[in-house]
Design a protein around this ligand. Sequence first.
Ligand SMILES: [Zn+2]
Length: 700
Amino acid sequence: MATRRQFIQSLPAAGAAFAVAGHVVLDERPAMAQEAAPLEGHFHPKGKAPSIFTREVLKQARATLPFADKKDFEEQEKGFIAPMKELKIMADAGHVAWDMERFQFLEKQDEFDSIHPSLLRQSVLNNNYGLYEVIPGIYQVRGFDLSDISFVRGKTGWIVIDPLVTAEVARAAWKLFQEHTGEGLSVSAVIYSHSHGDHWGGVRGIVDEADLESGKIPIIAPRDFMEHTISENVYAGNAMNRRLFYQYGLLLPAGPHGYVGQGLGQGVSAGALGLIAPTRIVEDAIEEFEVDGVKMVFQNTPGTEAPSEMNTYIPEMKALWMAENVTSTLHNIYTLRGAPVRDALRWSKYISQALYRFGLEAEVMFASHHWPRWGNQRVQEVLRGQRDLYAHMNNQVLHLANQGVTINEIHNEYKLPQSILDNWFCRGYHGSPEHNSRGVIQRYLGFWDCNPATLIPLSPGDSAPLYVEMMGGAEKIMAKGRELHDEGKYMHAQEILNKLVQAEPQNQAAKDLLADVFEQIGYQQENPGLRNSYLAAAYELRSGIPQGETVDSSSPDVIRAMSTELFLNFLGIRMDSLKAEGMRFTINLITPDNGEKFLVELENATLTNTAGFLADDPDLTLTINRSDLELTMMGAKELEAQIADGTAKIEGDASILKKLASTMVDFDPRFEIMPGTKSRETGLAKANPYEAVPRETIAE
Ligand SMILES: [Zn+2]
């Protein structure tokens, strides 16, 4: 069970229990007499109704967006075979792994004054929950997870594409499929379209260990798949997991004033994640071979939506699988949880190549999120629109950057052309034009706007007190902040209130007013990641970061997928350099069962490792099979115990391992983001010093 999930499960339910969570200063007297009253029916006791300004923004959107275009709804419903009757899918561990009940409110009203109409539309579309025919021989189960699972009829059985995030929901999808369409045939092959966890984590729900061992079921994946499955989120894993609380709104209950879905799907399932390594890697740019008697053409698209990803064309069926490269949204060039910025131009070019290689004849296009597109004209329309979307973003942002527009201005300057915005499938339900345009500049020019005042600036907490002083103190800022809030000038209000909160983290009235401002900005957003981030910050400013014990334990499959070098690199990140000052030693690490060796050095308060080398005169030689080392990496058996029972052999100064262990730090999965939101207790369980702690595998 992963940290984030256990943390979520440890939280009190929404409603009454917020009194418990709100230990910070929930009962503080409102700062100003005219403070807006809490909203009845809001999940938070301090939650506010959307203002007239917010309602006006949403009204404008309703009036100007292309709601007459119903194609998505027709395509989303087409081929419907059977609904999933149970709204909840249970995890083997006993908790709820998947819950569609919490999204039923979306169907009860045509509009909400606290949800952007475009986001509402997307979330209603994502409420599809059942089995669908794509064309005879291709089926999808949708709405069981963030992603879709697809089944293609092979000669002897079913080829499964992208088996969701966790085993329980994948198993439930397979069961539903078999009840109606599967003809009792077994899985004959598995294809992972790319390296993100929502495209492989549920594999153990659909294949038996025995079938795998016999090699009967090939597992096919794009080039460098294993290298990227977990490496993307190990080094900065704790930071990314914390940031997911914002991007994915993990603390927000589903409801009109909280979480309304994630754009790609309604959320991420909370069952058991597993990983089975692929047995067949598609290495070439284009490769063609039969999978269970079905001819498939694979197109590697590295460095697009994921570092390892591929599209697949099935000529006999004229069916084009666009992985996550073309879904019904503008995807992330920059992802708010944090990741290296993606290459919009390269992404666009791979779409264009797919268009000319497959799309001129394809009659259906399907993908790992959302719903298919039927008819060659529609396939081409969507491919062309998406190609131009990413190319425009790359080109026009750089066009502006070349005229001096900076990373701190581009989101206010860059606009997509209306002809692109009129396509629902190009709107920002995962990426947004705002944060993606900043991402493009970050990719090419980095964070600096070239103004020396921002080159090595003061930290916010150090600069804010000067602002507060010069602005005449907290009272004046509160009065002006209130005025701006009451005028609907939320962006201006956040500018000054943030300074006050940074300067006075314990000023609950300031935090509450900033939360009110964030909440209105959140309600106004079309993009769920932006909405969630503002609402999550509002939540934490009002209630503080919820407490509760967190426990780390990692999926053994994921640890096995972590290379020893990646593990050693991560130890270098876990090490507190201050604790290592003055230490100096050399370790030879040998793992005989896989023939690897590493020279590990601690010098200059820095831990490094060099694969393939050994020191001539090491201070310590540690010999342990990689398979045994994995037990230590997953926290199941301490290194000391491995040595004590002879599993690991050491030669030299044994005290070195203790010294190194003493420098290892556990990262707090609830570090503070907004000032003054953290309680004094961390409740952090102590990890094994040599545990890998990769945290949650991130879906996208
Ligand atoms: Zn995905």
